[in-house]
Design a protein around this ligand. Sequence first.
Ligand code: IPO
Ligand code: ZN
Length: 417
Amino acid sequence: MTRLKRAAWRCTAAASLLALGASASLAGERLWISLGDDAYRLLRAAQPQVVSVTEVEVPVRVGRLGATAQERVHVVRVDEDWLPALSDAVHRDLHRCGGFIVHDSLGSAREAVQQVRQRALQPEAVAGSTYLINQQALVQPMVAAVQDSLVLQTIDSLSAIQNRYYTTSHGVNASNTIAAQWAALAAGRSDVSVSQFSHPSWPQKSVILTIQGAEKPKQHVILGGHLDSILSGGTTENSRAPGADDDASGIASLTEALRVLLASGHRPKRTIQFMAYAAEEVGLRGSSAIAADYLAKSRKVTGVLQLDMTNYKGGTKDIYLYTDYTSAAQNDFVARLAATYLPELTVSTDRCGYACSDHASWFNRGYPASFPFESDFNHHSPFIHTSNDTLANSGNQAAHAAKFAKLAVAFAVELAN
Ligand code: IPO
Ligand code: ZN
């Protein structure tokens, strides 16, 4: 990573445009990506030769009353090296999530964005669940058993790793560490298995824990977060990217939900899977590969919950449900879960933009998805993608992330029964 590049990336939009220009010479891998309008206009400003080969209008939901806005999604070919700067510039300068999705080919990119549009236009299909809430006797004690101190421990241990980038040895070890931690929680349960999903074009594996359903094993309830971290400006073997909030917090919330669920001995009707995705920061690549695999195998998915950043309480409310690229009916269910099991908490909504996190990988393929988040868009952790995304900068607490662990266990048990 040249010193010039690092310097350029730390400045204003103009500089990041400059950085985009400057990096054109250093040809990384050429990739097909899809990205939202904001990111596309910024990219074009820096790389006028970049032209979208396909664009679609996607209606996105605003708020919980069904109002919609239009978002234009583009398919372009880019130099892999440009992506971190692009994502940061969109984030910093347009206050939108610099989301982009990496695709295997132009064909799959085109197909994916057409699907996004179709997906957004078709009426909500409620997949196998009536979204009834009737498991109080099971869920109440699990919610009460959630321990903030254990959530804190997981954030502390994961963020102590040098970085969890998808191509570094530390990133590979982080995946193995989470797989071992989850396997230890599942010890003695013959109905529970842990596997690592390999990705051919990079070394970091995704981790999948499966609790086999007792009655409807072919129907899957999926709870996920991403295990990788990134340092904006470019991440190498020795970069320091603690990612305490982005997204050690989400993995910690999931791990505590998993612990109380397994400790209860409960055997769900449907199969429940906990997933720690690789390579989210570089275009939702891990979750895209897994969701594409499920679609190719026509696997039934009853619902998906994404936890990406749960521990920085920047907003006035406790839980923010994001309404774009998520399912209105399932979001309503999640809001009712919070009202039922976490009545002391306040819930609101916001919008985030295209490819904001791994829920988009499932939603864009037609699966119901929800994304409860730590804050409204303008008040999320300002430290993400820096070496300052530490537990200390989240107040050395995990009380906020523990709220999402409780919501996760309620979501898993209610939807799986
Ligand atoms: C992110 C998620 C939601 C919102 I609102 C703002 C920012 C961060 C997400 N894009 C990311 O970088 N995850 O790793
Ligand atoms: Zn991130």
